[in-house]
Design a binder for this molecule. Structure first.
Ligand SMILES: [Zn+2]
Length: 233
């Protein structure tokens, strides 16, 4: 499985990164985890949007789903089939409102484990103040989405190889309904992950300090997500 970070900025795009978007590829099959603000641009560096097999949306905040419209446009102009989108129920209304024509085949989460080609994805509801999910792709990869620390995420992350988790702020100030970098580190330690990739990096925060805080607890190597980062898992 190949993981490519397309965008990893939290809340709004930063000068060097679009919002959350992660490309997962296996055996010629390609799926996106989230498609946040601005991600449709750099996505074209890494794959043909018309060839995408599915998009999984963790929750309906713009920094995780805003560029569905742009990808739909890129696909429509070359006559690609409606895009399979898996997401929370409230995303359906938004897509229907913006796209009266059938540019998406919408599948409501949670629907138990879902399969897209060779990829089996487990889904867990998490705590973000609106309907939100975390994803586990195969045994290897767990993606937190946005969430406060919670039991469902702990369970989903158990034994994963790579934990892709948000570090939306620092322990001393806290961030309501999000993981701090310290939370991400402690989650990595509890789950036994072999690598923590810290993401949802807000452009105005000191990313080096986020890395230090996560590394203090993680018990495994920690790296910062950055656009174009590719990991073979
Ligand atoms: Zn959010």
């Amino acid at each position: 499985m190949l993981l490519t970070v397309v965008g990893c900025a939290g809340s709004v795009p930063g000068p060097d990164s679009a919002g959350s978007c992660y490309l997962v590829e296996q055996d010629g099959h390609s799926v996106l985890l989230d498609l946040g603000t601005g991600a449709a641009g750099p996505l074209q560096r890494h794959c043909d949007p018309a060839a995408l097999d599915a998009v999984l949306i963790s929750h309906a905040h713009a920094d995780h789903c805003a560029d569905l419209s742009s990808v739909a446009y890129l696909r429509q102009r070359v006559g690609a089939a409606p895009l399979d989108v898996y997401g929370p129920a409230n995303l359906r209304d938004e897509l229907n409102w913006r796209h009266p024509a059938p540019q998406f085949a919408f599948h409501e989460l949670p629907s138990g484990p879902l399969r897209s080609g060779p990829l089996e994805v487990a889904v867990a509801p998490v705590e973000h103040g609106i309907e939100a999910y975390a994803f586990r792709v195969g045994d290897a990869l767990c993606y937190s989405g946005d969430t406060a620390p919670c039991e469902a995420l702990d369970k989903l992350a158990q034994g994963c190889e790579v934990l892709l988790a948000e570090g939306a702020g620092f322990d001393d100030t806290g961030v309501p309904r999000h993981l701090t970098a310290g939370d991400a580190g402690r989650l990595a330690a509890r789950s036994g992950a072999r690598l923590l990739v810290l993401t949802h990096l807000r452009s105005w925060l000191d990313h080096g300090r986020l890395l230090d805080e996560a590394a203090r607890y993680a018990g495994c190597p920690v790296i910062l997500a950055q656009p174009g980062l590719r990991l073979r898992i």
